[in-house]
Design a protein. Sequence first.
Length: 360
Amino acid sequence: MADRSVDQGRGVGQGRSVDEGRGVRLGHEEVRDGGGDDVLVRVRGLQVHFGPRRRPVRAVDGVDLDVRRGETLGLVGESGCGKSTLGNAVLRLVEPTAGTVELDGTELTGLGRRELRAVRRRAVMVFQDPYASLDPRRSVGDSVAEPLVVHRLHGGPASRRARVEELLDLVGLPASAADRYPHEFSGGQRQRLGIARALAGEPDLVVADEAVASLDVSIQAQVMNLLRGLQRDLGLTLLFISHDLAAVRHVSDRVAVMYLGRVVEVGPAQQVVSDPQHPYTRALLAAVPRPDPVTERARTAPVLSGDVPSPTDVPSGCRFRTRCPSAFDACPTVDPALVDVGPGHTAACLLHTPHAPGLA
Ligand SMILES: Nc1ncnc2c1ncn2[C@@H]1O[C@H](COP(=O)(O)OP(=O)(O)O)[C@@H](O)[C@H]1O
Ligand code: SF4
Ligand SMILES: [Mg+2]
C-alpha cells in the first residue's frame, strides 16, 4: 500500500461520509446532537498527586468537570498542566489522591477487577503514538481484533474478521489492511488503525490524548475530522485532549481550559474562543499562530510569558498570578473558584468574583 495514499484519498469529513446512507453501525442508539445535560463523566474535587506526600507533584489539583453524553469536550492547556493525568484518571489508569470520577453514574474508585473490565470496554483511550496500541509483530487484523478477544465479543474467527473489516471501513481503510503490519502504514493511517482498535468494543467514551500531535499538519485535519465524524455518527462521547487550542476549537462542542492542575474556564467552544473570560485563555488564544478574525479581540492580550510554575510549588491564591497581566492585590491570597460568566460558561478568576473574601 502506497504510503499516505489512503490519507490523501480520503479527505476531510471522511468519518461522516462513511455512514452516509448506511446508518449507525456500531450498535449505538440514536445519534445524539452533542448537546444536552445528560452527564456521562462527572469529575468532582479530583486530585492526583505523585511522589512524596510532604511535597507532591500536584498534577491534578482540584478539578470539577462534566463531560456530557454525546459531546466532544476539548481539554486544552500548556504541556505539563495535568491534561493526560486527568484523562488517565477518567479511565482509571491512575488512582486519584482525592475526589471522585463517575462514569455513567458509577464511581470508578473501588471497582473490582470484573467491573473494571466492563469499564475498560466502555471507556477507551486513543493514544498519541498508535504504536502504543499496535504490536509491530502482529498483523493489523489481530491488533484491531484484540479488544474483541479480551471482551469476548464476536466469538468465532469469521465473525471477528467481519467485524475487523467493518471497523477498517469505518476509519477509511480497505479490508486488505487487516493482513498487513503496522510498519506498512503512514502515521495518519496508523492513527486510523488505533482508532479502529479503540472502537472495536463499542465504547461510549473515547479519550483522545494528543491523538494528532505527532502527525503532519495536513494529516492532522483529516484524523480530527474522522474522530469528529465518528463521534457524531456513532453517538460517542469524546474527550479530546490537546495542547493546541486551534485543534481543540476545530473539533469541540465545549472547551475546558486547564492550568497547573486546575480547570480555569469551561464553556461552549465558540463562546470560549470568541469571548474568553479568563486571562489565561486570552493569552492562549493570543498565542494561536494563525490570523483569524475570531481571535483578533483576544490578540489584544499580551502573549503568555514565562514558564508554567512547577506543580510541586503551586503559587498561593490564584495559581495563574505569577504570569497574569491582570493580577491585582487580592490574587496572591484568594484562590478563585469557577463562577458563571455566561450561559453554560464558567471561569475561575477574581475579576469575576467581586465578593470573594479578601476582596474590597
Ligand atoms: N507518574 C508520574 N509521576 C510523577 N510525576 C508525574 C507523573 N505523571 C505526570 N507527572 C507530572 O505531572 C504533571 C502533569 O503531567 P501531565 O498530566 O502529563 O500533563 P500534560 O498532559 O498536560 O502535559 C507534570 O509536571 C508531570 O511531570
Ligand atoms: S484571579 Fe487574578 S491572577 Fe488570577 S487570573 Fe484573575 S486577575 Fe489573574
Ligand atoms: Mg499529555
